[in-house]
Design a protein around this ligand. Structure first.
Ligand code: IMP
Length: 431
């Protein structure tokens, strides 16, 4: 059962890092297939906390870790992350970065911030890490790729050509100071020298691993509703976090993927702008935020919090072909006497639907219809099996399974890797 995709089923921050960290113990390879340093995983490993942006969390378990072709890489941030890991005694010799991945250059970061400022109240609320501008240049076929760092002359040439145009954009369109060519070129060359040993043909590497029957995890960043094609456009990221994109993002065929594990919180969070039907009104939102420590790993921003949205989750199950679901942070709901779950949306004309609206205006005006489940008001942290959970918590999980038509194969009840219940055993999740 070699290849399993781990995909965010909401708006990101579902706790994928922790699930990957857990499953990586019994895997051989962990690959990122899209996104860049807009993602952030906080992982508690052997009592130490690590915040990773580029490197897959499998690195802490000493696994081969791949940054696939579908990713965008900020060389300065990647170098800092590698140095930080090495500095804390974690070897990074098993990290491989696809030569086809694109580089996020300083002008991408500058343009991301400048264009958000320009949009004013229409802004997307990006992480300002240069993600959109880097993917835009990739699609326009003027991007600089990781493999360009292997040839200093070519890198320098591409750098100068790009900067001649980008400085005009920065100055004339956005009214911000241009970037200084010499200083930046020197910095890039230093990063290039540090990163050269990590560059590899990662598509071939993953193919070999699969042929040898090794277990491969394909780790998505962000989440389904932030997908460029199927998410809540334009309040989305600029890549495809969906399970289907895992194949193109690492460079294998879709027939090589065996399982798709969706990851969803037992409630919902969203950072940045955009519609959010189940966003909690009133003081309970702040309560969920405090209990769940819902502040961005990458930006430190407060996350908006809402009740579980089964309409969105059903959509995620569909577009990802989810084979099972990991339900995270169930313990956060222990504080609530009643737990509302959105099972339908009421649309502007008054009709109700269980399907995610295909039209943006319907989604923007959708009102959540809730069914309220009794809370359990007991801590869950020490639960080791389904039977250890209070009856009301088990009923909550069963309700989700039944309404979704997807089995819940993992339930997380605390921050550490061990605080996970696997009702049918871990082997059923990733083979
Ligand atoms: P970008 O990916 O930085 O361009 O941001 C686009 C949208 O995706 C914004 O709403 C961000 O807040 C959101 N976003 C990007 N990465 C993440 C993530 O890892 N978790 C949650 N939201 C994210």
């Amino acid at each position: 059962m070699p290849a399993t995709v781990i995909v965010g089923a909401q708006w990101g921050d579902e706790g994928k890092g922790k699930i990957v960290d857990l499953l990586a113990q019994d895997s051989d390879l962990v690959c990122r297939y899209q996104g860049g340093p807009n993602a952030g995983h906080t992982i508690v490993h052997d009592g130490e906390t690590f915040a990773l942006h580029h490197v897959p969390s499998g690195i802490l378990a000493g696994k081969l870790c791949v940054v696939g072709a579908g990713c965008v890489v900020d060389p300065g941030l990647l170098v800092a992350e590698l140095d930080e890991l090495e500095g804390r005694g974690v070897s990074t010799t098993s990290v491989r970065v696809s030569g086809n991945a694109h580089l996020i250059m300083p002008w991408h970061v500058a343009i991301d911030s400048a264009s958000e400022r320009h949009l004013g109240r229409l802004q997307i609320g990006t992480t300002r890490r240069g993600i959109g501008p880097a993917y835009a240049d990739k699609a326009a076929r003027i991007g600089i790729r990781v493999q360009d760092i292997l040839e200093p002359k070519i890198l320098r040439q591409k750098f100068e050509t790009a900067l001649a145009e980008k400085n005009l954009v920065l100055e004339r369109i956005h009214g911000v100071p241009p970037l200084e060519v010499e200083e930046l070129a020197e910095r890039m060359e230093a990063y290039a020298a540090r990163l050269r040993p990590y560059v590899a043909d990662t598509s071939l590497l993953v193919d070999h691993a699969l042929r040898e029957g090794r277990r491969v995890l394909l780790e998505g960043a962000q989440g389904t509703l932030l997908d460029l094609d199927h998410g809540t456009y334009p309040f989305v990221t600029s890549s495809s976090p969906l399970a289907g994109a895992a194949a193109t993002g690492v460079g294998i065929g879709p027939t090589r993927i065996d399982r798709v594990l969706g990851v969803a919180k037992a409630y919902v969070t969203r950072v940045g702008e955009g519609p959010f039907p189940t966003e909690i009104e009133g003081p309970e939102q702040a309560r969920v935020r405090e209990l769940g420590a819902e502040y961005g790993t990458t930006t430190g921003r407060e996350r908006r919090c809402g009740w579980l949205d089964l309409v969105g989750l059903r959509f995620a199950a569909r577009v990802n072909g989810m084979t099972s679901l990991a339900l995270t942070k169930l313990d956060v709901l222990s504080a609530f006497e009643d737990v509302p779950v959105c099972t339908r949306y009421r649309l502007p004309g008054g009709s109700e639907t269980e399907e995610f609206p295909a039209h943006q205006s319907d989604f923007h005006h959708a009102e959540p219809v809730y069914e309220t489940l009794p809370g359990w008001l007991e801590p869950l942290e020490d639960a080791e099996s389904l039977a250890d959970l209070p009856a009301a918590a088990r009923a909550y999980v069963a309700f989700v399974e039944e309404r979704l038509g997807v089995e819940v194969s993992l339930i997380s009840v605390g921050a550490e890797r061990e605080r996970v219940v696997a009702p049918r055993g871990l082997a059923s999740v990733a083979g």
